[in-house]
Design a protein around this ligand. Structure first.
Ligand code: EPU
Length: 335
């Protein structure tokens, strides 16, 4: 018998993994003391974007669970909320929608905690956390003190921030502050969302109609982790230049391309590439692509990190062979 702790159920991919210890951060714990006592720390949020290895017996887990939503400022047009990192993100979205605060409704039903959203600049259906984030509070493991970081300092781009680059593993995010609007919500221009409104005869969608539409669309295309363990999109949508995009579209006539902030660069849907490489609903051992959305890898049962890495590498190889594009995986692989 070891004294290790199984943390598989804290993650949405449900891979077996054991760690040395787990500390639940509720906001009261002294992080300076915690880091002084534990040197190999792994900070766990909602567990919805990580692929764990079997043996993490050298690691002490700090699980972020502090909860609070506080109004810090408001006027006629806007409201600023300070949210504890451990709040379930969708509870934050639900709170905002119930009170008619707009700006995050299209990010409904995204798994995970609020404090994790800035790390990879979480986004869906035209909204990204970078567009509402004012600042965040964090514990700096290098300087050993609490700091406030402004959104402008985070260098956000598509699924990217400094927390994944030069700031990796440096900060423990404890609060985020976001500014929402009291005005009418923006209606997502995505066809699937528009179709939902049409089919349900909704002409002037309210913020709740938008939230319901997004929840509906998401769950029709993404597997529920409680039913089929997964961590959402497994690959990032690759960005290619216009010359390469034109060449691809000549060969693959229905390839969808989406604009980026840069006019010469286009986003190619990884899900389309995987599907058109013949890999939708295909399994490599216990791990496979979801039958309704090739962008998502699912655990059909009994998978380990090795199985996930094997499936990932096979998919990358086959897609590269067909399209000349090297996919990059989105979740963090913890070894
Ligand atoms: N597509 C296929 N086959 C597939 C999957 C998608 O052909 O198996 C095509 C679709 O038909 C569509 C295009 O790919 O033309 C884009 O699909 P979709 O609108 O579903 O968006 P996505 O690019 O696949 C991104 C995010 C999602 C987010 C949606 C909606 C990434 C990596 N993923 O997916 O985020 O919900 O847009 O905005 O950017 C997540 O990160 O976990 C996640 C679900």
């Amino acid at each position: 018998m070891d004294n290790l702790i199984d943390i598989s159920s804290y993650t949405t991919f449900n891979l077996p993994s054991k760690v040395k210890s787990i500390t639940h951060f509720t906001g009261e714990e002294n992080l300076e003391e915690f880091f002084a006592k534990n040197d190999n720390v792994f900070v766990l949020g909602g567990g919805s974007n990580i692929i764990l290895s079997l043996d993490l017996s050298d690691k002490a887990v700090l699980k972020i669970e502090n909860k609070d939503i506080e109004i810090v400022e408001q006027d006629e047009n806007n409201i600023t909320l300070r949210i504890a990192a451990g709040e379930i993100w969708d509870n934050v979205v639900s709170f905002a929608c119930e009170n008619n605060y707009s700006g995050i409704e299209a990010m409904s039903a995204i798994p995970g905690i609020a404090g994790a959203t800035p790390v990879q600049n979480v986004g869906a259906y035209g909204e990204e956390i970078k567009d509402v984030l004012v600042s965040l509070e964090a514990y700096d493991r290098i300087e050993k003190k609490y700091v406030t970081i402004l959104a402008e300092e985070c260098d956000f781009s598509y699924r990217m921030s400094r927390f994944k680059k030069d700031w990796k593993d440096r900060f423990v995010i404890t609060y985020i502050t976001i500014k929402l609007s009291k005005g009418a919500p923006k209606i997502p221009i995505y066809k699937v969302v528009q179709d939902y409104f049409k089919n349900n005869k909704i002409e002037n969608p309210s913020i709740m109609d938008i939230r319901n539409a997004i929840i509906n669309v998401r769950w029709s295309k993404l597997p529920k982790p409680s039913e089929l363990p997964n961590c959402g999109s497994f690959f990032e949508n690759p960005i290619v230049d216009k010359v390469f995009a034109a060449k691809l579209q000549q060969e693959f006539k229905d390839l969808p391309l989406f604009p980026t902030d840069h006019e010469d660069m286009f986003k190619v849907p990884a899900g389309w590439l995987i599907e058109h490489a013949g890999l939708k609903g295909v399994s490599f051992g216990p791990v496979g692509t979801y039958e309704k959305n090739a962008l998502v890898l699912v655990n059909h049962g009994g998978a380990t990190q090795e199985n996930v890495i094997h499936a990932r590498d096979e998919i990358i190889k086959i897609v590269y062979h067909k399209f000349g594009i090297m996919l990059e995986s989105e979740p963090e692989i913890i070894k």
